[in-house]
Design a protein around this ligand. Structure first.
Ligand SMILES: [Zn+2]
Ligand SMILES: [Zn+2]
Length: 177
């Protein structure tokens, strides 16, 4: 049986409590595109990109402790001007994998002599994705009137009305004229 991506054999490691082993796995994170961006403006791990997990395994009673760094490139779009942007995710993790782990154990399950790190890689990366990122801190965004990219200069439109006045305007306009 072929091992799943992000899996590593731990039979030898687990023969001795306290034994450690360095490891590095790189593989395509999401070959079936299950975790891609589903709506505009959402960040995702770059489609087709590889993720990596590198660190150390330690054999403990009934399990393995994983201390590692998870990495992958991300892509998304600026929440103000919709420019395509991206960067690198890098997440430090330290998690236990235990035989017969249940939800209360706050540990990942360990089955047999294969350590499957995919869930850990996935959870770490998805939690680290930037929500509503900016292309730069002072991005001026698009003009709400004409749609021009205001980073590229003044489009000449009047500045939008102050939203506080806008709501007063709504209060004032009669529903039944
Ligand atoms: Zn922007
Ligand atoms: Zn404009």
């Amino acid at each position: 049986m072929a091992m799943a991506a992000f899996s590593i054999g731990v039979a030898a490691l687990r023969r001795q409590l306290g034994a450690t082993q360095a490891f590095l796995i790189c593989d395509v994170f999401d070959p079936e595109n299950l975790y891609g961006a589903v709506t505009r403006g959402e960040s995702s791990v770059a489609p087709g990109a590889e993720a990596s997990i590198e660190g150390q395994l330690e054999s403990i009673h009934k399990g393995v402790v994983v201390t590692a760094t998870v990495g992958a490139p991300w892509v998304g779009e600026c929440r103000r001007c919709a420019l395509a942007i991206g960067g690198a995710l890098e997440v430090a993790v330290r998690e236990r994998f235990l035989e017969g782990a249940s939800d209360e154990d706050e540990a990942y399950p360990l089955e047999g002599e294969i350590l499957d790190l995919f869930e850990l890689v996935r959870d770490s990366l998805l939690l680290e994705l930037p929500i509503a990122p900016l292309c730069r801190q002072d991005c001026k965004g698009l003009c709400v009137t004409c749609g021009a990219d205001r980073n590229e200069g003044d489009c000449g439109c009047d500045p939008p009305m102050d939203p506080r006045w806008a709501s007063l305007e709504t209060l004032r306009s009669p529903d039944q004229a």
